[in-house]
Design a protein around this ligand. Structure first.
Ligand SMILES: Cc1cc2nc3c(=O)[nH]c(=O)nc-3n(C[C@H](O)[C@H](O)[C@H](O)COP(=O)(O)O)c2cc1C
Length: 321
């Protein structure tokens, strides 16, 4: 692909663009693979990854960034505030075969904000635009940013968006909440629609989407949307049919998810990390409590397979009776 072809990635994707939002502790390779198996057309993002860490050659971070080709297009999301480390990180991501690079300008965590990374860049637009510009010129990959409406309101969203666009951003995704708002308050999409009117690059919206039809109903003039928390235990959200009602029909994906996690992170870490997902998949089922107590303690893939087989059989019998 020529440089101009890869830079136009966001412009040429079929509309609406639909993606799995970057989520630390969730949107890892295994979950991305599972979501892609449900809908191969979605875009996926890595969890946010430290540009400084990548610059200093941190092997665990590089290992964490590895992906399976089936997850493509995968966007590597990086955070930091130093142009030099951003450029090295971008080169590493380019060499690893990512489709694009996204700069995190939305993370509200205390540690991140204190280090002047993430959403803190909204209070330092000069540096934010320098980072975008440095990446836009250093790599042939498209550069996007993911940010929020603003600090405590959306009054500077358009100005910030125009600055990012002028600095070389190829796409902006806006999480339609401010820094001050927690993840569970209703998202406000109007300022994002207004931003789209003022800019020429693609704009994605994100925040509070509960289903594909909900996403489509909120799309307005935007180019697409990312779904975050509603994907927990529900990769089927990306399908036309949605999540199966019967637990027995969810087991196949649960098995697959566990297999991918153990494959990518090893049995010890994989089993520890799959527990929270297994709980999400089984939430709200009559009689699942006893299983949930066991699912949150699993220690080997064999144990997971055995439990899932048992559940599959039990819930098939319950449905047949
Ligand atoms: C557990 C968790 C981890 C997150 N990690 C990231 C991250 O690494 N990078 C990022 O840009 N946003 C991150 N987010 C924000 C999501 O990408 C998304 O913007 C937010 O959850 C709103 O979308 P939703 O209402 O569909 O969940 C995270 C959110 C959650 C709940």
């Amino acid at each position: 692909m020529s440089q101009s072809d890869s830079k136009s990635f966001w412009d040429t994707l079929p509309r609406p663009i639909i993606g799995l939002a970057p989520m630390d502790g969730y949107s890892d390779s295994a979950f991305r693979r599972v979501c892609k198996s449900v809908n191969p057309t979605i875009v996926t993002y890595t969890e946010f990854t430290s540009a400084d860490g990548l610059h200093h050659g941190a092997e665990p971070l590089i290992k964490k960034l590895r992906f399976d080709p089936s997850e493509q297009p995968v966007i590597a999301q990086i955070f930091g505030k130093n142009t030099e480390t951003f450029v090295t990180a971008a080169k590493i991501c380019e060499d690893m075969g990512f489709t694009g690079i996204d700069i995190n300008m939305g993370c509200p965590s205390k540690k991140v904000v204190k280090s002047e990374h993430g959403v803190a860049l909204r209070r330092n637009p000069k540096l934010a635009f320098e980072l975008i510009n440095a990446l836009a010129t250093a790599t042939s990959l498209p550069i996007s940013i993911k940010t929020r409406l603003g600090w405590d309101d959306a009054s500077d969203l358009i100005e910030f968006g125009l600055g990012a666009q002028n600095a070389g951003a190829n796409m902006i995704c806006v999480h339609a909440r401010t820094y001050k708002e927690p993840y569970n308050v209703p998202a406000q999409w109007e300022p994002v629609y207004a931003m789209k009117e003022a800019l020429s690059i693609p704009i994605l919206g994100n925040g509070g989407i509960e289903s594909m039809s909900d996403g489509i109903s909120k799309l307005g003039n935007l180019d697409g949307f990312l779904i975050g928390q509603a994907t927990f235990g529900n990769p089927w959200i990306f399908s036309d049919t949605g999540r199966p009602n019967q637990l027995k029909d969810r087991v196949g994906i649960m098995r697959q998810h566990a297999t991918y996690l153990v494959e990518s992170k090893g049995e010890l870490v994989g089993c520890r990390e799959i527990r929270k997902h297994l709980l999400c998949y089984t939430k709200g089922f009559d009689g699942a409590k006893a299983y949930r107590n066991r699912l949150c303690r699993v220690e080997s893939l064999d144990e997971i397979y055995a439990l899932l087989n048992e559940m599959e059989q039990l819930y098939t019998e319950i449905n047949a009776s």
